[in-house]
Design a protein around this ligand. Structure first.
Ligand code: GLU
Length: 276
C-alpha cells in the first residue's frame, strides 16, 4: 500500500528490553526488503514505554547490532517514551468516540472472574465486569490515572488479508476480548501506542512477527474507532531454537552479539535461519 503521496513507508519497532537476536534480524531485514522493493523508506521506532524493563544500554546495542546485520533506516528515530502527549490525544479520541470505558479490574479480578480455561500464553477474554461503567466526574489528570479498556464488537469477525499468510479471521469476544488501551500508571498499552505511532508516521505496511497476528485484529478495531485507514500487514514466521521454542530475549547462541563474536558474516544471517 502507498501513502497519500504515493510512497511506501515501512517501519521496524523493537522493544529495548534485551538484546536483538536472529529472529529480529530476519523480520527486520524482510521489512527492509519490502520497503526497498516498493521504492519506499524504512523507519526505526524504539518502543521503550516499559520504564522498568527498557534500558538505554539495550537501545545503543540494538542500533549497533541491527546496523551490523545490514539494516539501514531513516535518520530520524522515534522513541515512544517521548510521545506521551500524542498517546493521550489518541486516548481522548477513543473516549470521545465512546469506544472505551474505565476499568477497575486487576489482573487477579479478571483471572478470578473467568471460569473457562484459556489457551496458555493468550490473554483471557475479559468477562465484561466494567463494561457499563462511565467516567462521569473527574479531571483530565484523573482520567489518565485509570485503566481504560476498548469495547470489542462481540461476535463480529475481523478479517484481513495478510501479505504473507493470506486471509485471516478473528472473532471479537471469542478469540480476544475487551483489551486495555491505557493503564493507570499513565501509559498507553502496546496496542494503542503502536496504532497511534503507525498513524503518526504514515506507515503504509506493517511487517512484524507472526506472534502479533491476533493483535492485528485488535488494532484494526482501533483504526476503525479512530476513523482512520489501516495500513497493510505482513507477518513473518518466527525463528525457533533447536528445541523448537521461539527465541526469547535471551537467545544465547542466536543473539546477534554472539553470532558476530563467533565470526558469523551478516550476509549469512538469513541462510542461518533457513530463509534463503
Ligand atoms: N515492539 C513490538 C515488539 O518488539 C513490535 C511492535 C510491532 O511491530 O507492532 O514485539
Amino acid at each position: 500500500m502507498k501513502s497519500e503521496f504515493g510512497q511506501y513507508v515501512g517501519r521496524v519497532a523493537p522493544t529495548p528490553t534485551g538484546y536483538m537476536h536472529l529472529g529480529h534480524a530476519c523480520t527486520f531485514l524482510e521489512a527492509q526488503r519490502r520497503a526497498r522493493a516498493a521504492g519506499g523508506k524504512l523507519l526505526l521506532r524504539i518502543e521503550d514505554l516499559d520504564q522498568a524493563r527498557c534500558k538505554a544500554e539495550f537501545v545503543d546495542a540494538l542500533e549497533e547490532d541491527l546496523a551490523w546485520a545490514g539494516l539501514r533506516w531513516e535518520p530520524e528515530v522515534l522513541r515512544q517514551s517521548e510521545r506521551l502527549s500524542w498517546f493521550r490525544e489518541a486516548l481522548g479520541r477513543l473516549r470521545e468516540a465512546g469506544a472505551v470505558y474505565p476499568c477497575s479490574c486487576s489482573r487477579k479480578d479478571v483471572a478470578e472472574a473467568i471460569r473457562a480455561p484459556h489457551v496458555e500464553g493468550q490473554e483471557p477474554v475479559y468477562p465484561g465486569t466494567c463494561r457499563e461503567r462511565r467516567f462521569v466526574f473527574g479531571t483530565e489528570a484523573d482520567a489518565l490515572a485509570i485503566n481504560w479498556r476498548f469495547r470489542v464488537p462481540d461476535g463480529e469477525a475481523i478479517a484481513f488479508v495478510d501479505g504473507r499468510m493470506g486471509e485471516q479471521r478473528f472473532v471479537a469476544g471469542e478469540d480476544f476480548g475487551d483489551f486495555l488501551v491505557w493503564r493507570k500508571d499513565g501509559f498507553p498499552s502496546y496496542e494503542l501506542a503502536v496504532v497511534a505511532d503507525d498513524l503518526a508516521q504514515g506507515v503504509t505496511e506493517v511487517v512484524r512477527g507472526e506472534d502479533l497476528l491476533a493483535s492485528t485484529a485488535r488494532q484494526l478495531l482501533l483504526y476503525r474507532a479512530l476513523g482512520e485507514k489501516a495500513p497493510d500487514f505482513f507477518h513473518c514466521p518466527l525463528i525457533l531454537d533447536t528445541e523448537g521454542r521461539r527465541l526469547a530475549k535471551r537467545a544465547g547462541s542466536l543473539g546477534l552479539r554472539e553470532l558476530r563474536a563467533r565470526g558469523t558474516k551478516p550476509e549469512d544471517l538469513l541462510s542461518l535461519a533457513g530463509r534463503t
